[in-house]
Structure formats: structure tokens, C-alpha cells
Design a protein around this ligand. Structure first.
Ligand code: COA
Length: 373
């Protein structure tokens, strides 16, 4: 068995950002037009009038102030309210591949590695843009990596599940190094006409390079001390989009073919589960919660993160202990906790213990204990 380290991380941030105010302005223009177009039916009580959204509510309920997006114009157009990402020919790299490669190149550079040092690619994300060939194999080709690649999806927890998968392969000697990437175009599956959720997601891609400890030469190494995963079935976060939709014409275009959630219930269910899993995981590794210098948590909702760390520490966490990136990135699904990790790791002292944790649809929860080398 080999010891495993994370030797580099990378981040791709789209060029455009949308503020809450811009998003709400577009949403409210849609609401206004809908209510005019349906005035007679609303008057007869056949159609329910829509209610405006509010930037103040969004920030207060979620902590989100803005989000980066792959296409701003299409999302903000009240006639469209979806990103416009034109089709590409099969000879061009796909959007997900392009984002993944940008993040991966940064991770390779930080690790001081080239494609020749890597034996595998895992693309782990919530939304894969096609059925096949696997995006991971396309990324492998784009970077010139020899070996194997596969895609996996465990929604917002895809990165921690990907890390466990990559770490186990390296431990067993099946690969020297594996690149685990999380390209997330969350705006592609977000219903921008749904007041309850139109503000939740943003787009980004992250990359984590995992290597055999005895081969790694990077200045930015974290030992993978242990990983622990948990899944338990729930319908409170669901998206019914899929290849069988065409076999059930009655459902085509229905709202359930995009992201749908019961936010309050998710909040109530998930927070205790995450705190419990991280607590048990630390205990299994003879570590106290007070030993943990940093929690890089999934970035969905600020109050959720406050509550989870408070349950663990028995007090409020400082921003240094539990860094926040959702204020400017919103929820980027599997990329969120890795963005927090990528942006807030260099100041940690040698030997510091830290936890990377994800949680989301499934439910799926992951905890990765790391130690700075
Ligand atoms: N603008 C203004 N008001 C809004 C609104 C909007 N965009 N959306 C909802 N509201 C209103 C509701 O109508 C409700 O009004 P009422 O009290 O008069 O009925 C009130 O605000 C509270 O709505 P609720 O949906 O209960 O808000 P919340 O406090 O639960 O916050 C979330 C909503 C989504 C931010 C929050 O539940 C959450 O983040 N949950 C966890 C989600 C999560 O992590 N998901 C994982 C996805 S991977």
C-alpha cells in the first residue's frame, strides 16, 4: 500500500459574473410580463400571479452576493432565462472539457507535473453534458495523458467521492497519479424562472492532483489521511432530466427536468448528518475536532456552514477556520469545497490537520482528512 498526497489544485473561474441585483432585475421583468400576459386568467383565479424576487432576501437567506457564469446574456434575457452555449462540432473540445483542462493545467503546474506523470483522469461532477464518450477520456486526450479516464456523478459530493476513488487506486498501485476534475455548468440545470431557487448556482471548474507520496515533489502537498463517505436516499433535491425523457412525451419541458429542491428540509436533514459524519471520522482517526485547523466545506448556504461547524466546535467558527467562497461563486456543486481549499491553503503550517467536506443530493456526504506536509 502506498501513501497518497494531494500535490496540486486548480481553479477555472468564468469571466462573467452576475450580481443578485442583476439577476433579480431580470427575474422581476419576467414576473411583470407573465402577470400582464396572464392577467385575465389570474383574474378568473385559473392562474396564480407570480411574485417578485428580492436581492436582500437572497443574501440574507443564502449568503450569496453574486455568481460566475459561462454565459451572462442568455441568463439575464427575460425572454430566455437560460445560458446560451452554442453547439460545437465533434472536432472541438466540449465546454466541460475546456473548463476541466483550464483547472487541470493549473493543478499540474502547482504540482510541478506534466501529462507524462499522470496515469488516470476522473471527471466527477453533477451534470455531464453528454452520454458518451466519457468527458474524462476527452480531457485525457486534450492533456495528452496516457492511461484511463472515467466520469462519475454523486451530485455536490462528486469531488470527495472522486478523491476517495483516486486515492484508493494510487494506494493499490494501480496508478502513480490521478487527476480528479470537477467542471460544473450549474446554470445549465438551474430554473431561472423559479423564485425559490433562481439564485442558488454558479459555474466553475476545479482540479485536484493526487499522487503517490514517495514520488511527489510539490511544495503544496497534503497527505490524504483518510476518507469517509455516506449516502442515504432522499427526493428533496432532484432533477429528472435524462435520456428516457423522450420516451415520456408528457413530461418534456416540465420543471422537474431541471434542479428542484425543498431547501428548508435539505437544511434540516443535512446539517446534523454532516456534523456527525465529520465528528465520527475524526474520532476514528484519533483526532479531536480542536485539532482541525481548517474546514473547507461545501458552499451552498452560509448559515448551513455556520451551523455545521458550530455543532462540531461548540462555538462559532472564524472565517479563517471555515473559509467562505459562496458569496462570490454561489453554489458551484462539487467544485465548491475545492474552491475553498484551493484559495485558502498556503497559509497553513506544516502538520496542520484540515477537513474537506461535501454534501448534497442523494443525500451524499464526504469527509476527507488532510494533513499539510
Ligand atoms: N425572493 C424573496 N422572497 C423569497 C424568495 C425570493 N427569491 N424565495 C422565497 N422567498 C420567500 C418565501 O416565499 C417565504 O415567504 P413566507 O415566509 O412568506 O412563506 C420566505 O421567503 C422563506 O422561504 P424559504 O424557501 O423557506 O427560505 P429559506 O430561508 O429556507 O431559504 C434557501 C431558501 C434555498 C436559501 C435555503 O433553504 C437553503 O439554502 N437550503 C439548503 C439548500 C442546499 O444546500 N441545497 C443543496 C443544493 S446542492
Amino acid at each position: 500500500m502506498h501513501n497518497v498526497v494531494i500535490s496540486g489544485t486548480g481553479l477555472y473561474t468564468p469571466a462573467n459574473s452576475i450580481s443578485n441585483e442583476e439577476l433579480v432585475q431580470s427575474f422581476n421583468a419576467y414576473v411583470h410580463q407573465f402577470n400582464i400576459d396572464n392577467a385575465a386568467a389570474i383574474e378568473r383565479g385559473e392562474v396564480q400571479a407570480l411574485t417578485e424576487s428580492s436581492a436582500a432576501f437572497i443574501e440574507k437567506a443564502s449568503g450569496i452576493k453574486s455568481r460566475f457564469v459561462m454565459d451572462k446574456e442568455g441568463i439575464l434575457d427575460p425572454q430566455r432565462m437560460a445560458p446560451r452555449l452554442p453547439e460545437r462540432s465533434n472536432d472541438e473540445w466540449s465546454v466541460l472539457c475546456q473548463m476541466a483542462v483550464a483547472a487541470a493545467e493549473q493543478a499540474l503546474q502547482r504540482a510541478g507535473r506534466t501529462a507524462a506523470d499522470i496515469d488516470g483522469v476522473i471527471v466527477a461532477c453533477s451534470n455531464l453534458q453528454r452520454a458518451y464518450p466519457a468527458i474524462a477520456i476527452e480531457v485525457q486526450e486534450a492533456l495528452g495523458i496516457e492511461g484511463f479516464g472515467f466520469d462519475m456523478n454523486v451530485a455536490c459530493s462528486s469531488a470527495t467521492f472522486g478523491i476517495q476513488n483516486a486515492a484508493n487506486s494510487i494506494k493499490l498501485g494501480q496508478a502513480r497519479a490521478i487527476l480528479m476534475v470537477n467542471p460544473e455548468v450549474c446554470t445549465g440545470h438551474l430554473n431561472f424562472r423559479d423564485r425559490d431557487s433562481h439564485f442558488i448556482f454558479g459555474d466553475a471548474a476545479t482540479a485536484v492532483l493526487l499522487e503517490r507520496a514517495d514520488l511527489a515533489t510539490s511544495e503544496h502537498q497534503f497527505e490524504v489521511v483518510s476518507t469517509k463517505l455516506l449516502t442515504t436516499f432522499s427526493n428533496t433535491i432532484r432533477n429528472n432530466f435524462g435520456f428516457l425523457n423522450r420516451a415520456a412525451e408528457e413530461g418534456i419541458g416540465a420543471p422537474d427536468k431541471l434542479f428542484v429542491q425543498e431547501g428548508r428540509k435539505v437544511f434540516r436533514d443535512v446539517c446534523p448528518m454532516v456534523a456527525e459524519l465529520i465528528g465520527a471520522h475524526l474520532e476514528e482517526n484519533q483526532l479531536n475536532v480542536s485539532d482541525v485547523k481548517r474546514f473547507w466545506l461545501h458552499q451552498a448556504n452560509l448559515s448551513m456552514n455556520h451551523l455545521i461547524v458550530k455543532k462540531l466546535l461548540g462555538r462559532e467558527a472564524t472565517v479563517e477556520e471555515a473559509p467562505v467562497i459562496l458569496d462570490t461563486y454561489a453554489n458551484t456543486s462539487s467544485a465548491g469545497s475545492v474552491i475553498a481549499f484551493h484559495k485558502n491553503q498556503d497559509d497553513l503550517a506544516k502538520g496542520s490537520v484540515a477537513v474537506l467536506s461535501s454534501f448534497g443530493a442523494g443525500y451524499s456526504i464526504g469527509s476527507v482528512i488532510l494533513r499539510k506536509c
